[in-house]
Design a protein around this ligand. Sequence first.
Ligand code: SF4
Length: 278
Amino acid sequence: MGLALVYWYDRVSPGTSIGLHNPTHTYIPLRLLKSLGGIFIAPFFNGAMKLLGPAYLRFSPPNLKFKKTLAQQGLFILNFSLPAGRACPGADKCWAMAATDENGKVELKKGVDNEYVCYAARGEVAYSNTRRARANNKAIIDGLSVSEIVDLTLLSLEANYKSLLKKANLMRWHVSGDFYCPKWRDAVFILTQELSQLTHYAYTKNLPLFLDIKKPSNFRLTVSWGGRFDSMINEKDFPRQAKVVADHDEAERLKLPVDVNDQLAFGPIEQPFALINH
Ligand code: SF4
């Protein structure tokens, strides 16, 4: 059982005073942190704040390959993830998840229509920390309202990822997982405005959540083929589309440029592109 210490968060000038200064997003109630079992250290000193325990949302830096190629262009991606499969209601040909059997063994469970490997699910089978961090993120989001999600996300970033956030110019929502409910989509849309210094981008197979929805100007959405809602994909509603192909020859046959490091997913041009299945 966790311990919740004093909690007040001043979004306007963190650490300089104790109080509530932002009328749009209020605060995470103490009861919430208690129910999440979190330990929270209040920001009594400038920059000395830290969230501990399960009650904060986990982010991660870019993988090494991306880090190297994008760093040359001065780009740095901050990533957020949810559990593969469990948070992917639109997935079909890729659907897989890390499942724990009655003996506690973690194995890859694939969907009946699975055609290609979900690397995110594989990663969760191999790395328990990754699996736990993603499960933790979803469990927290499930229990919060939109404004509470927004508040806790900003608080988590401010408290535990300040230096990464400072470096970042891109936010990728879901290296693993997807927009699994309207509440989460709405929270991310608000976060794109709260974190307006970043270009936000995401892939989705959950197309119904984005049909006829106005997206924030700094949010770039790619719809991926191979999901349950492929029939909804068209160039007018979803101009940025990703198709998994076997190799460069197939991409060439389809006249699709190949994206190797998310440049076509976060770049300014709305166009279809290919991803090579490794
Ligand atoms: S949508 Fe992505 S994370 Fe979800 S099962 Fe498919 S490949 Fe994995």
